[in-house]
Design a protein around this ligand. Structure first.
Ligand SMILES: *[C@@H]1O[C@H](CO)[C@@H](O)[C@H](O)[C@H]1NC(C)=O
Ligand SMILES: *[C@@H]1O[C@H](CO)[C@@H](O)[C@H](O)[C@H]1NC(C)=O
Ligand SMILES: *[C@@H]1O[C@H](CO)[C@@H](O)[C@H](O)[C@H]1NC(C)=O
Ligand SMILES: *[C@@H]1O[C@H](CO)[C@@H](O)[C@H](O)[C@H]1NC(C)=O
Ligand SMILES: *[C@@H]1O[C@H](CO)[C@@H](O)[C@H](O)[C@H]1NC(C)=O
Length: 117
């Protein structure tokens, strides 16, 4: 029983390890236009992890469009990239803050695409 549990934990770990953190929020419509497209790159730092907040619209500008979909592509295809989460705003709003949370000892290379109408 114990070895079975251990085995399933190992299998789970392998499956999770092979995962990339690409993620999308919302649904895209053909009439949507691209509002934002940015690639965030950070170099790895030993024993440290990156925690980057990306704001749309950035610094003082105003966005008059409604966000319909947000794509976050993890350009590291080996599972060591940043995990995205929404801190503020998002689909249906006109602003969003995305948190990119990297892994200890690894860099970040994530592309954020925001579409709206
Ligand atoms: C966003 O930028 C990436 C890389 O610069 C590019 O590959 C992609 O086609 C762009 N997306 C759009 C919708 O323009
Ligand atoms: C956004 O809307 C405001 C108020 O209607 C307007 O003054 C501004 O020019 C608009 N900005 C853009 C980029 O369309
Ligand atoms: C980040 O990922 C993009 C897309 O795969 C790639 O073109 C670019 O060279 C990468 N940047 C760095 C600094 O590795
Ligand atoms: C994952 O890929 C990135 C980009 O190719 C690389 O910098 C990083 O060291 C890789 N991570 C692992 C654990 O292999
Ligand atoms: C970003 O997300 C990570 C992981 O959930 C969290 O630890 C961190 O505090 C967040 N950063 C900010 C600025 O909220």
């Amino acid at each position: 029983m114990r070895s079975l549990l251990l085995l399933s934990l190992i299998i789970l770990a392998v499956v999770l390890d092979g995962e990339t953190y690409s993620l999308s929020f919302g649904d895209q419509f053909t009439t949507d236009i691209i509002l934002f497209n940015k690639t965030v790159v950070r170099r790895p730092i030993e024993y440290k992890s990156w925690n980057v907040n990306v704001d749309f619209p950035c610094g003082g500008s105003i966005n008059n469009y409604t966000i319909t979909v947000i794509y976050v592509y993890d350009n590291f295809l080996n599972g060591s990239g940043a995990e995205p989460s929404l801190l503020r705003g998002g689909v249906g709003a006109s602003e969003v803050t995305i948190n990119l949370s990297g892994e200890v000892g690894h860099g970040i290379n994530s592309t954020i695409e925001i579409w709206g109408f």
